[in-house]
Ligand binder design. Structure first.
Ligand code: SGN
Ligand code: CA
Length: 513
């Protein structure tokens, strides 16, 4: 026996004997993602509107990312970025319309290959069937809030009585119960439908926020001067928010609205059982009566719609936060808190009246930012901290793999932020890249790509009917109201940023436009 094998032998024996213990050392991973949850509606981010104690608990016992961004502010693309660790141009999921190529390398597949038990529960939205999961149960496309339909692994579908956010959490907890804890690490993707349009709250949350007057955002009455794409969108609360479908101002022949609005409202409302309908009508009939009595116009009407929108949107979040609390309790009760990475994020940001809008898609701050909090008692140094470095959803896959001790594939474009969590000194990126592609489409936001660093942002809107550049100084103008593209003092800087944009596009291999 040579010297090397003598040295190796005891190690080999030790590792064979410890195979379960070793696997148990790998952290469990719970990645919770909701749909359209704005950071402005999370108290850990200083929300003026709502308290989210359970999301805040993750931040307080872990970290909060203050500069977390998506790569393409819309659902399916964001989900694909998270799974693959790649930008949209590289993973192919450029918009909500295309089908996800499920043969790609994803982090759940890699975790599964090293012995993790993996599961996906909730809004999947990628059209192709989930791959890389021991267990999955999903909703069809956007799913529904009340008594929703779930798709099971054998392809069958079944309506489940109850409220989406509760049911998704029930499925997730039931699955965690089936895992042999301490013997096999697990990875759970828990994807909520809420608080996506059309913001239908759970009956038990109707009392929350009733009659509250929310502060109107500074930019609510924006006239979009100097910003052509912003002027062309169709996601304005005053003009595009639908009285029946969005604001629940419904009674037969009640008030005027589009056929589409009535049809889609019915698609959801008709799912309620008689008891639920009675509670629903009891809540919303007086709201309609009040609306009719006031007979509002112009600015006053826009502000009334905003208040109505906020009430229902925030009520949906009360339920999301409560259900996150159920998951945290489950971890505590089962002794899993220490060795579990738990993350809360949303697929993108959202407008809560800023620039007069709802929805997302734009590279402006509210929809570019992605709320992100993470707890891992064993692996995060100095909990209770804010992380200021710029991270993106393409970084999640590399980070999870890194914590699980799995080699990060070369093809992943994101970077593990594990060193940031361990307070290691590392050279970090100083700019992020963004590209949005869904036009023509809902809300008419033009295609655009751009780059942001800690001070400036450059955006190029392009297409048949637009070719417009925008440039913002985020320090002087955090609300992005003043497009500096024609400012004489900025010309040198703008040409530098145009060059930097060419370079970052080349770095990520993006020549789509
Ligand atoms: C639906 C919504 C849109 C929303 C898209 C994409 N309309 O089409 O308002 O922008 O989803 O949202 S709805 O009337 O059907 O609710 S995403 O988050 O899934 O990308
Ligand atoms: Ca979304």
């Amino acid at each position: 026996m040579n010297r090397t094998s003598v040295l190796l032998l005891p190690l080999a024996v030790a590792s064979a004997g410890n195979v379960f213990a070793q696997k148990a050392q790998q952290p469990n991973i719970i990645y919770i993602m909701s749909d359209d949850h704005a950071y402005q509606a999370i108290s850990a981010y200083g929300s003026p509107y709502i308290k989210t104690p359970n999301i805040d608990r993750i931040a307080n016992e872990g970290v909060i990312f203050r500069n977390s961004f998506c790569a393409n502010s819309i659902s399916a693309p964001s989900r694909a970025c998270v799974l693959t660790g790649k930008h949209s141009n590289s993973n192919g999921q450029i918009n909500n319309g295309v089908r996800f190529d499920s043969t790609q390398v994803t982090f759940p597949k890699l975790l599964q290959s090293v012995g993790y038990k993996t599961a996906m529960v909730g809004k999947w939205h990628l059209r192709s069937q989930p791959t890389g999961f021991n267990y999955w149960i999903t909703m069809d496309d956007q799913g529904q809030y009340y008594n929703p339909t779930f798709i099971h692994q054998d392809g069958s579908t079944k309506d489940e009585p109850g409220y989406a956010t509760d049911l998704i959490t029930d499925f997730a907890i039931n699955w965690m119960d089936s895992v042999k804890k301490g013997q096999e690490p697990f990875c759970l993707l828990l994807y909520h439908k809420a608080p996506h349009r059309n913001w239908m709250p759970d009956i038990q949350d109707f009392d929350a926020f009733r009659g509250v007057k929310f502060p109107i955002p500074e930019t609510f009455h924006d006239n979009y001067e100097g910003r052509e794409a912003a002027a062309k969108q169709k996601m304005n609360i005053e003009k595009d928010m639908l009285p029946v479908y969005d604001l629940k101002l419904y009674e037969p022949n009640g008030i005027e609205d589009t056929e589409w609005s009535f049809k889609n409202f019915h698609g959801e409302y008709d799912r309620l059982n008689p008891e639920q309908k009675a509670a629903w009508d009891k809540e919303y009939k007086p709201v309609l009566a009040d609306f009719k009595k006031k007979n509002l116009q112009g600015k006053a009407l826009a502000e009334w719609k905003y208040q109505r929108y906020m009430e229902d949107y925030l009520r949906c979040i009360v339920s999301v936060d409560r259900n996150i609390g159920r998951v945290l309790d489950y971890l505590d009760k089962n002794g899993l808190t220490e060795n579990t990475i738990i993350v809360y994020a949303s697929d993108q940001g959202f407008y809560l009246g800023e620039h007069g809008w709802f929805d997302k898609r734009f590279m402006y701050e509210e929809s570019l930012r992605m709320p992100l909090v993470m707890r891992y008692p064993k692996g995060i140094k100095n909990p209770g901290r804010s992380i200021m470095q710029m991270v993106q959803n393409i970084d999640y896959a590399p980070t999870f793999l890194d914590f699980a001790g799995v080699k990060i594939p070369e093809e992943m474009q994101g970077v593990s932020f594990k060193p940031l969590l361990q307070e290691k000194k590392v050279k970090w990126r100083n700019s992020i890249y963004y590209h949005y592609y869904e036009y023509p489409g809902f809300h008419s936001v033009r295609k655009h790509y751009g780059m942001r660093d800690d001070r400036y942002k450059i955006i190029h809107f392009y297409g048949n009917d637009i070719n417009a550049w925008e440039f913002y100084d985020l320090q002087q103008d955090p609300n992005e109201m003043y497009n500096l593209i024609a400012s004489p003092e900025q010309q040198q800087r703008i040409s530098d940023y145009k060059q930097k944009l060419i370079e970052i596009r080349a770095q990520y291999g993006d020549n789509l436009q």
